[in-house]
Design a protein around this ligand. Sequence first.
Ligand SMILES: [Zn+2]
Length: 210
Amino acid sequence: MRKLIEGIVDFRNRILPNCRDTFAELAKGQNPDVLFITCSDSRVAPNWFASTNPGELFVIRNVGNLVPPASSVPSVNESDVSALAAVEFSVLKLNVAHIVVCGHSECGAMKALAFPTDLETTPHLKSWLHYGEPSLDKINRGISLDKKLSRENQLSQINVLQQIEHLKSYPFIQEQLDQSKIEIHGWWFDIAKADVHSFNKKTNRFELIE
Ligand SMILES: [Zn+2]
């Protein structure tokens, strides 16, 4: 916590004097180009690895970068509608042009899914991970984009594509896609190398963005 407070003081002293105008302008409204859906994992820092500034990314972060599919509505757990509200707001009100679903290596959520351990003490986590089960089904059926990866990393790559399917299950998203108003991208962040990969439909693989 001390590091956080010192960071704020350092920001005020060192950085803020040079960007007061930027924030005064941002206060008038936001116009982000991208809805970025990623994991809550502390090691995944999209503003940092994609060199973006305040106002450029509208971000949804949750455990496992999951999106409840349309088929789960209206029975969707009430606490889970937050992700859907943010998708609706950014797509229909802020008119983002791109949605990025970004998974990552060594994801604790994928590990919990791939190697089901005792989740009895974390009932909400157990319930939330339900939205990743279709990804696990695929892995269990031998579907993989790169069999050289560990089981949880294979799962996290498949899960990116699965969550994109969940997004596409909403008629308002499908409509935006049909009218070419949005594009959806699958990304995967390799923590050890700090490499970002993008899914290429033609090769059916995640490929390094360089
Ligand atoms: Zn994660």
